[in-house]
Design a protein around this ligand. Structure first.
Ligand code: F3S
Ligand code: F3S
Length: 109
């Protein structure tokens, strides 16, 4: 685990991050995308690619964004087949419960 996608991706999902990821480890949920904690090689390329500033190092997450580290881990526990390359897997069609219930408009509840 190194980089984590956070709240600013919800309902935005620009997907520019995926174009930059050298290991194709950014998987598509429903309302946002998720970085596979075990596949990310900590290169940081996705951080600057995101126009919404949604991606951060796990060590720099503060406040309500801290929970997105656990969100990513638990998301991939729910979808164990989501590994080895996001492009081949395609959209997973669902989100972690925290994301699924996140208020629209990006405001924290
Ligand atoms: Fe989301 Fe930003 Fe990627 S909005 S899909 S993290 S480019
Ligand atoms: Fe991929 Fe590098 Fe980000 S491995 S998820 S582009 S930190």
């Amino acid at each position: 685990m190194a980089y984590v996608i956070t709240e600013a991706c919800i309902d935005a999902a620009d997907k520019a991050c995926r174009e930059e990821c050298p290991v194709d480890c950014i998987y598509e949920g429903d309302r946002m995308l998720y970085i596979h904690p075990d596949e990310c090689v900590d290169c940081g390329k996705c951080v600057t690619a995101c126009p919404n500033g949604a991606i951060a190092s796990e060590y720099k997450l503060t406040g309500e964004l801290e929970q997105f580290k656990d969100v990513a881990v638990e998301f991939f526990e729910t979808f164990p087949h989501a590994e080895g390359g996001a492009e081949d897997i395609g959209p997973l069609g669902a989100d972690h419960p925290v994301v699924a219930s996140w208020p629209s408009g990006g405001a924290a509840g």
